[in-house]
Design a protein around this ligand. Structure first.
Ligand code: NAI
Ligand code: MG
Length: 362
């Protein structure tokens, strides 16, 4: 059965790294019994230039009809003056909203040959492979009431509200438990139940669901501040970290930096299973459009290629071929090939296209 993939390369280095990922996708197509139809379209600044808006209705419809979306990155100084609700970033935010993508999966993987690129002690991160499952459509970033008001005495007040319902907590916890079964079967649920009501409910709902349906998975709980500390002290204690929007935002950046390079890390955002059985999913590198190096042919394409590998694994259930892609990325690193962002002494400096070619060869 043919799978529909929509690719949205976006702006800056997006199209440069996407090109390399598409070569790998072609290889997958030619070397497996999978068959894909790949459609390309515009998003972000590129869509503003062509259509006047960062996300067209047509693209939303195509994304909804697709089995998975492979996304590049959006944004750049060219569109900086544009109003808050028309800027390129609305391209990605709008897609997440339209597709109901509430689960953000960010992995932090350390490749052996890149250990020198991290500032963290080698023994702390060697072999690290953790995933943060972050709730991404609720919590304090969206809760009401919110706003800035001026009190009668002239004092100004900024308000945000952390809100989580049991429904929201249960569906994100379910994603984490399901993923755990495909990994090391361990989930650490992170909140601040010592000072937050939403955290208290979070812990309660996760515990209940675990007891009812996922008691085979090892579950632990941790306060968010302690988790930040533990991530720096001993990150390998974690397999999956399950958490809300705000803590997930911060902890996933922390985890990313443990690995030493932004250009290496893929992510996925998933929604709820539809009536037709499809789980809406969007795969993208965690990095942005890197305007400072765009158009120079030196962006690292590995995060985009690894995002494709995640797509093969989580949307198309192709564990073996996904691993082949990940292993090929690891092999080019072992060969000593490096884009400038991960360059170190004695290694061979290559550009985006040569890195892509080397992955293909492996
Ligand atoms: P960025 O991730 O684009 O760049 C940060 C730094 O990392 C830069 O020095 C860049 O050159 C480097 N870098 C990033 N990816 C790289 C790669 N693949 N290879 C080599 N070097 C790489 O983040 P920044 O500068 O904060 O944002 C730039 C633009 O991207 C902004 O407009 C921002 O809104 C947008 N952005 C978009 C995202 C998305 O599309 N999901 C996510 C993050 C930022
Ligand atoms: Mg992102």
């Amino acid at each position: 059965q043919e799978k529909k993939i929509l690719t949205l390369a976006g702006d800056g280095i997006g199209p440069e790294v996407m090109e390399q990922a598409l070569h790998v996708l072609n290889w997958v197509q030619e070397n497996s019994d999978l068959s894909f139809s790949v459609e390309k379209d515009l998003v972000g600044g590129a869509s503003i230039d062509a259509n006047g808006v960062p996300l067209t209705k047509e693209v939303i419809a195509k994304a909804k009809a697709a089995d998975a979306v492979l996304f590049g990155s959006v944004g750049g100084p060219k569109w900086d003056g544009i109003g808050f609700d028309k800027r390129p970033e609305v391209g990605i935010i709008g897609l997440r909203k339209e597709l109901g993508l509430f689960a953000n999966l960010r992995s932090a993987i350390v490749f052996d040959s890149l250990i020198g690129a991290s500032t963290v002690k080698p023994e702390v991160i060697q072999g690290l492979d953790l995933m943060i499952v972050r709730e991404s459509t609720g919590g304090v970033y969206f809760g009401e009431p919110r706003g800035i008001e001026t009190l009668p005495d002239g004092t100004r007040k900024g308000v945000n509200t952390e809100v989580y319902t049991s429904v929201e907590i249960e569906r994100i916890a379910r994603v984490a438990f399901e993923l755990a079964r495909q990994r090391q079967n361990r989930v650490c649920s992170v909140e601040k139940c010592n000072v937050m009501e939403s955290g208290l409910l979070w812990k309660e709902v996760v515990t209940e669901l675990h007891k009812k349906e996922y008691s085979d998975v090892q579950l632990s709980h941790m306060l968010a501040d302690n988790c930040a500390m533990q991530l720096v002290r001993n990150p390998k204690q974690f397999d999956i970290i399950l958490t809300g929007n705000l803590f997930g935002d911060i902890l996933s950046d922390l985890a990313a930096m443990l690995t030493g390079s932004l250009g290496m890390l893929p992510s996925a955002t998933l929604g709820a299973r539809q009536a037709n059985g499809v789980i809406p999913a969007l795969y993208e590198p965690i990095h942005g459009s890197a305007p400072d190096i765009a158009g120079q042919g030196k962006a690292n394409p590995l995060a985009q290629i690894l995002s494709l590998a995640m797509m093969l694994r989580y949307s198309f259930d192709q564990q073996t071929i996904s691993e082949k892609v990940v292993n090929a990325c690891e092999a080019v690193l072992n060969q000593g090939l490096r884009t400038p962002d991960i360059m170190s002494q004695g290694m061979k400096l290559v550009g985006t296209a040569d890195m892509g070619k080397a992955v293909l060869a492996e």
